[in-house]
Write a protein that binds this ligand. Sequence first.
Ligand SMILES: Cc1ncc(COP(=O)(O)O)c(C=O)c1O
Length: 361
Amino acid sequence: MSRFWSALVADLSPYVPGEQPRLGGLVKLNTNENPYPPSPAVAEAIRAALGADGGALRLYPDPQSAVLCTAIAQREGLAPEQVFVGNGSDEVLAFAFQGLLAQSRPLRFPDVTYSFYPTWCRLYGIAFETVPLGDDFALRVDDYAGGGPVVLPNPNAPTGRAISRAQLARLASANADWPVVIDEAYVEFGAESAVPLVAAHPNLLVVRTLSKSHALAGLRVGYALGQAPLVEALVRLKDSFNSYPLDRLAQAGAVAALRDESWFARARDAVMASREQLSRGLAALGFEVLPSLANFVFARHPGHDGAALAQALRERAIVVRHFAKPRIEPWLRITVGTPQQCAALLAAAREIVTGCDRHGA
Ligand SMILES: Cc1ncc(COP(=O)(O)O)c(C=O)c1O
């Protein structure tokens, strides 16, 4: 606290990201990174974008990220003016909150969801209401009838549960006079995307990221897809805030990642296969595991407290995410790792829940 702070800063309650441990040797399953490296074409493109001796860095990047917007538009079957790119989907979402979701009616989102949403609401002075998920953490679209802005992740985080494209269409239609933002940070791991609905729904904005699907969390590239007037709102905000959110290296690396569809598909398939194995393995140990279409699973053990389980895993060099929050206190969010990482998690979990070490002692 300082007397030099503005009233806004004094009132903020900033988002707390998952730990990025400095210690090596940990099995890191806490922030939903892709366990596989990005396409080798990414590093090559970044080297090329540097120019000889890094000389290209002298010059500002393309403020419109035109090549990247075109590559995304081609992949999604949209026009480049239906694409907005930003510094990670967190930045894109922040623009959507400020530029679209601040309306005369309160913004609605699930009670259990991405915890950045209330932070942005407070930052931008947006009134909000949380809509309870069902007992099984299922999202019921009918709970969002009545008209008003909506934001939700599909699949939801941290539950991993997804709704169908038909349900997304119902949600957009039921709130046709209000912006509806679908946060598809995890959609590439098996859920149905809302992108095919963009043509018929002028109120629909879909937000994506390359952080998880394309293993580029460190490069910070996110994007939004929607009809041109919605995208224009985000462009107007960006150009009133920072004209160059994506540097030269990020633009070049992202384009290369998007062009290597087969690399992306192989890693995605591997993550999805590991997710099923991990879910089965946890269930066999007595965990309750929600059906996930994301690159993480949400699980709890009836005989163990969530925080204590996370701590016991940490003592065995495995980091998972625990949220000390209403309704989800008993649960752990576990990122799907490589088969070896998942095996290490299962071995440690077995030790903890059975009270036996690996040799049955
Ligand atoms: C639901 C959801 N949306 C958006 C993001 C932001 O991702 P990024 O800023 O890396 O694109 C995350 C990150 O964990 C997330 O869980």
